[in-house]
Design a protein around this ligand. Structure first.
Ligand SMILES: O=c1nc[nH]c2c1ncn2[C@H]1C[C@H](O)[C@@H](COP(=O)(O)OP(=O)(O)OP(=O)(O)O)O1
Ligand SMILES: [Mg+2]
Length: 216
């Protein structure tokens, strides 16, 4: 098989992996997870923007594994918290925090706060081993509840209320969330541009020239 038809999902988050796999199923590519490979070092996500961190994850993975890689950097921005936790959403409640602890920290910070407006943002970066990458973005507006509801999804889903569906993200199915979420919107662009992306990957990933031994 042509090496460029493999795409590695460069994330350690199982919730993201499930959403990305669901949205890219049906396309003629072989999707691999990081744990289909041997151990590789973790990327330090010390960029100041979602773009920077998404590119760090996709380009590092593509370079180390030798296959095109798709990474997602995302987070929740809360208006009353001046955009926090934002790019620090994963580490905000401590490096080893669970999703429940992240939600509970957010609810505590938001106690007695009348402005509940928030938005999720997602940047998807698709990189080839040589370094170049394509970037796709998505955003979704909602509000922060004062108690969690629902058990699907991951991260801040139980406290993120999406008014058009009158549910939290944790009360949506995978497919429902994919149609409206920040990640779903970014991945919809990937789907729309799929053929172009494959051509771009092929162009950026030349097959090694086979130097024939034309001896007698
Ligand atoms: O749809 C979402 N529903 C709920 N919460 C979400 C969502 N999307 C991002 N989030 C939160 C989770 C995590 O605390 C942070 C992302 O951090 P981020 O570094 O991009 O992901 P991660 O560390 O979990 O996995 P990885 O870096 O291996 O892709 O924002
Ligand atoms: Mg991360």
């Amino acid at each position: 098989m042509n090496k460029s038809r493999i795409l590695v999902i460069a994330t350690r988050n199982k919730g993201k992996t499930a959403e990305i796999r669901d949205m890219l199923s049906g396309f003629p590519i072989t999707i691999k997870n990081l744990d289909d490979f041997g151990p590789i070092p973790e990327v330090v996500e010390d960029g100041e923007t979602f773009d920077e961190n998404a590119y760090k994850k996709s380009s590092f993975t593509a370079r180390v594994l030798g296959y095109p890689a798709l990474a997602d950097d995302s987070g929740l921005m809360v208006e009353a918290l001046e955009g926090a936790p934002g790019v620090h959403s994963a580490r905000w409640a401590g490096p080893e925090a669970t999703d429940a602890e992240r939600c509970s920290k957010l609810l505590t910070e938001m106690e007695n706060q009348p402005n509940r407006k928030a938005a999720f943002a997602c940047v998807i970066s698709i990189a080839v081993p040589a370094g170049p990458a394509l970037t796709y973005e998505g955003r979704c507006e909602g509000t922060i509840l004062d108690a969690p509801a629902g058990s699907n999804g991951f991260g801040y889903d139980p406290v993120f209320f999406y008014a058009p569906l009158n549910k939290t993200f944790a009360q949506l199915t995978l497919a429902e969330k994919g149609r409206v979420s920040h990640r779903g919107r970014a991945l919809q662009e990937v789907r729309d541009e799929f053929d172009k992306i494959i051509k771009w990957i092929d162009y950026q990933t030349p097959e090694p020239e086979i130097v024939g031994c034309q001896g007698e």
